[in-house]
Ligand binder design. Structure first.
Ligand SMILES: Cc1cc2nc3c(=O)[nH]c(=O)nc-3n(C[C@H](O)[C@H](O)[C@H](O)COP(=O)(O)OP(=O)(O)OC[C@H]3O[C@@H](n4cnc5c(N)ncnc54)[C@H](O)[C@@H]3O)c2cc1C
Length: 288
């Protein structure tokens, strides 16, 4: 039997106190859909699991000037939110494709990005939505742009004694749309071979702003900055989008990796095809 203590505090202060008390022996658990699978697969557990499921005030989706999403918001809440579907469509696409309904009912968006798998389905969408991640620890609160959050495979800037509390997305959404494509072998219960997210803003027919993110392509989720730079200021046309797809698939943007699920050459072909498709879908979905 795998043995560990399971502690379930009610508020953030207690969580931080327990993390301090147990130090490296403690691991946070939210929905547990990554943590428990790891424990079962490795047959090893941390001495103490500190559950944050009791922190109900970290479970929310709000729009004020910006969008605010609590770390404990489940994928199912994102999937069922009309606000997320219509205004942050890429995040809706990503959250709706995580595992099964049963998984989405418990798995959280905070857990998805803190686990930092290259295949995390909300990572690409959050990158193109320019999200900012808020954390709290013994030294107080801090925030980083999501572009700086992932440091390597399964690693983030989060310290062992910090809790991710909120994801903020800037609220300036005029003429803005976004989309995410999860490329996998089958539709249900499968991790992506590749994830492609695009957001763009149009002034008339001119692409005034665009963000492109690739997941599973590299050890961490990445932005394809060169392809973005190429598109900015250009009219939305098949020619420009196809060229941006080629740039995103090239080594100018990231060195694509081979893995069990797919080889680099195959990933390059998918990027080339789906960057233009997602850009067109984002444009169709833009707010008028
Ligand atoms: C059957 C199955 C199918 C799956 N399919 C997919 C899929 O299609 N796409 C996909 O992206 N993922 C998938 N997953 C993985 C998993 O469901 C997601 O990554 C999920 O979002 C993790 O959230 P959680 O709340 O369960 O995290 P947990 O397992 O509780 O935690 C994950 C990690 O994050 C840390 N953590 C959690 N919350 C916080 C916080 N607030 N602050 C600091 N650290 C924190 C934990 O310490 C742990 O290291 C699947 C898992 C299963 C079991």
């Amino acid at each position: 039997m795998i043995d560990y203590d399971y502690l379930r505090p009610d508020n953030l202060e207690e969580v931080l106190g327990l993390l301090k008390e147990h130090g490296p022996k403690a691991t946070l658990i939210a929905g547990g859909t990554d943590v428990m699978v790891k424990i079962r697969n490795t047959k090893k557990a941390p001495e103490v699991l500190v559950s944050i499921r009791g922190l109900k005030d970290l479970r929310y989706i709000e729009k004020k000037k910006d969008y605010h999403i609590g770390a404990l918001t489940t994928h199912r809440m994102l999937e069922q939110s009309e606000l997320i579907r219509t205004e942050l469509s890429a995040l809706h696409d990503g959250a709706s494709r995580v595992g099964s309904v049963q998984v989405r009912n418990v798995a959280t968006v905070g857990g998805n990005i803190c686990n930092a798998a290259p295949s995390a389905d909300t990572a690409g969408p959050l990158l193109v939505l320019d999200a900012i991640v808020f954390m709290e620890g013994p030294e107080g609160k801090r925030s980083v742009p999501i572009t700086e959050f992932f440091t390597s495979t399964y690693k983030t800037v989060l310290k062992k004694d910090e809790v991710l509390t909120e994801i903020k997305i800037p609220g300036e959404m005029e003429h803005f749309g976004s989309a995410y494509w999860k490329h996998s072998r089958r539709k249900a219960m499968n991790l992506p071979i590749l994830g492609i997210a695009v957001s763009l803003k149009l002034e008339g027919e001119i692409i005034s702003d665009v963000r492109i993110a690739l997941t599973v392509a590299a050890p961490t989720p990445v932005r394809a900055y060169k392809a973005e730079d190429f598109l900015k200021g250009k009219p939305l046309s098949d020619e420009a989008l196809n060229e941006a797809g080629k740039i995103a698939a090239s080594t100018e943007c990231c060195s694509l990796r081979d893995s069990l699920r797919g080889e680099a050459w195959y990933r390059a072909e998918i990027i080339e095809v789906y960057v233009p498709r997602m850009a067109k879908l984002a444009a169709e979905r833009r707010s008028k």
